[in-house]
Design a protein around this ligand. Structure first.
Ligand SMILES: NC(=O)c1ccc[n+]([C@@H]2O[C@H](COP(=O)([O-])OP(=O)(O)OC[C@H]3O[C@@H](n4cnc5c(N)ncnc54)[C@H](O)[C@@H]3O)[C@@H](O)[C@H]2O)c1
Length: 372
């Protein structure tokens, strides 16, 4: 095979949803005109947490387009929150949902859209990337259900890097590694195409360049813009290319043991890359090339991501974010039971070693097959 063109020569199917993206510092001010462009007249504004100050500004700017607000946003969208949000949309007779916040606010808006079919305009304030996808999630009795539905795909996304400047450094670092995981897995996921691979490589380069600058100065608007650009590319890559074992582990382990979403992604990613190293070599070589061009000098891409995490203070082990060592064998069984498409087949004992390495945070290393 001609080197570097594996995604072309292997054949591909590429399909992405049409979306409008507005990206510039200060674009919060563009939201009212974007609402008008959609022909909407009654906005339900969804927001929660410390981002509320921006939502207050937006509420004023929306003027008589604002029909109601929903502020009871909770991570992983408990079904009660989903029901209350859908009820708020119904009672206010809204014709558009505008969500401002991280993946949790976007998740609440998606729950409304799933029930009502209302369109969404998203204004993200973290790097989670949910605003680019048709994936919804909800939790009931501690179990998370996810699904895909074109109705939850936002029609318009307004990226304003100024809104990310208040995201604390530790959350910024973990959230950026959540985005990095979308990019890395997108390089070898089932829906990868020549275009998603180009985008993912550019996203790795953008995030790996931006994040060391963001942690030095969280108010550096250029660094924040570059990080949010990387997050946009990451969300798009997740939406189009899909995911692999890393996301499955984070979903199962993070969900079953109630661990912080972005932190789990950060802690697991280098080890998921080590697990797949020999089975996704051309794909991961793209990540390596992007890391090198961002100034990260490492012998392999898993170590490169691990070094980046050390540098920006992102979580590098599951022990510190709350997984008990005694739970690792059960967690490995749960991951295997969940099933997934991944370059390397799912091997029970190797998954347990992956989790043990991620738990202790050792430098990422080869994860051998027990059958070899
Ligand atoms: N459906 C998808 O495609 C998809 C993709 C990624 C993540 N998600 C979901 O999104 C959720 C996680 O999203 P998240 O990591 O953005 O978490 P989040 O939305 O809960 O935000 C994390 C914390 O940061 C705060 N915050 C957000 N923006 C801020 C800002 N600008 N300034 C100060 N504080 C701010 C929030 O209030 C919250 O306390 C999970 O439920 C995850 O499953 C879904």
């Amino acid at each position: 095979m001609i080197d570097g063109f594996d995604t072309v020569l292997g054949g591909f199917v590429h399909e992405s949803a049409p979306m409008r993206v507005v990206f510039r510092a200060g674009s919060l001010a563009d939201v009212p005109s974007e609402v008008d462009r959609l022909g909407a007249q009654r906005v339900l504004l969804v927001s929660g947490g410390p981002e509320a100050a921006f939502a207050d500004r937006l509420a004023v700017a929306l003027g008589n387009r604002l029909a109601a607000r929903f502020t009871d946003v909770v991570m992983h969208v408990p079904v009660e929150v989903a029901r209350a949000a859908a009820q708020a949309a119904k009672e206010s007779n809204a014709d558009l949902v505008v969500c401002l916040g991280g993946g949790s606010a976007t998740g609440a808006a998606k729950a409304i859209a799933l029930e009502s079919g209302l369109p969404i305009l998203a204004v993200p304030t973290t790097y989670a990337g949910s605003e680019m996808t048709a994936i919804w999630g909800m939790t009931e009795n501690g179990r998370k259900t996810v699904g895909r539905d074109p109705r939850v795909q936002p029609r318009v996304v307004v990226y304003d890097p100024e809104l990310t400047m208040s995201l604390p450094i530790d959350l910024s670092a973990a959230s950026a590694m959540n985005a990095m995981a979308h990019l890395v897995e997108g390089l070898y996921a089932p829906g990868a195409s020549p275009i998603t691979s180009l985008v993912a490589e550019e996203g790795v380069r953008a995030l790996a360049t931006a994040m060391p600058l963001v942690v030095i100065d969280p108010n550096d608007i250029d660094a924040r813009s570059l990080a949010l650009y990387g997050a946009w590319l990451a969300g798009w890559t997740l939406a189009v290319a899909g995911m692999g074992i890393h996301h499955k582990i984070c979903h199962v382990v993070g969900g079953n043991y109630d661990l912080p979403h972005a932190g789990v992604h950060s802690a697991v990613l280098p080890y998921a890359m080590a697990y797949n190293a020999e089975h996704a070599a051309p794909a991961l070589a793209r990540a390596q090339r992007a890391l090198t061009s961002a100034g990260i000098d490492a012998p392999d891409p898993a170590t490169g991501i691990w070094l980046l995490e050390q540098r920006i203070g992102a979580p590098t082990n599951l022990a510190d974010i709350g997984l008990a060592e005694v739970d690792i064998p059960t967690a490995a069984n749960d991951v295997v039971a969940a099933g997934m498409i991944n370059p390397r087949p799912v091997e029970r004992d190797a998954i347990e070693q992956l989790l043990r390495d991620a738990w202790s945070g050792v430098p990422p290393r080869r994860i051998p097959s027990s059958s070899r």
